[in-house]
Every structure is written in C-alpha cells, then in structure tokens.
Design a protein around this ligand. Structure first.
Ligand code: F3S
Length: 62
C-alpha cells in the first residue's frame, strides 16, 4: 500500500497525524507530510482510517 497527501487539498487539520503518527507527520507550517509512503502492513488499517477521517479528502491510498 502507498499513501500520499495532496498538498493543494491539505488544510492542516492534523487528524491523520493523530491517528497514525508513524506514517503522517506535520511540517513546521502545520501541513501533513508522509513519512512512510510505502505503508508497512501493521499501519495500513490506521492509514485507511486517516484517509476516511480527513475532512479535505487530501489523503490518497493506492
Ligand atoms: Fe491535512 Fe487532512 Fe491530515 S487536512 S493534516 S491530510 S487530516
């Protein structure tokens, strides 16, 4: 599984980071960045939850 964040959509809500800080981090500006674009199996469920929880639908999982 791969995860990415669309920087044009992210508004810095931070929900992704609160759900799965192993994969998502927040930059100094408060926007999401992906630490592990190739998501390890143990974090895939949390990444899907983060994807569904982002109000801006900024997270893509493939
Ligand atoms: Fe951005 Fe959505 Fe996370 S707006 S900080 S990708 S919850």
């Amino acid at each position: 599984m791969k995860a990415s964040v669309d920087p044009d959509r992210c508004r810095g809500h931070g929900i992704c980071w609160s759900i799965c800080p192993e994969v998502f981090d927040l930059t100094d500006d408060g926007y999401a960045e992906v630490l592990l674009p190739e998501v390890p199996a143990e974090h895939q469920e949390a990444v899907r939850e983060a994807q569904g929880s982002c109000p801006e639908r900024a997270i893509t999982v493939s």
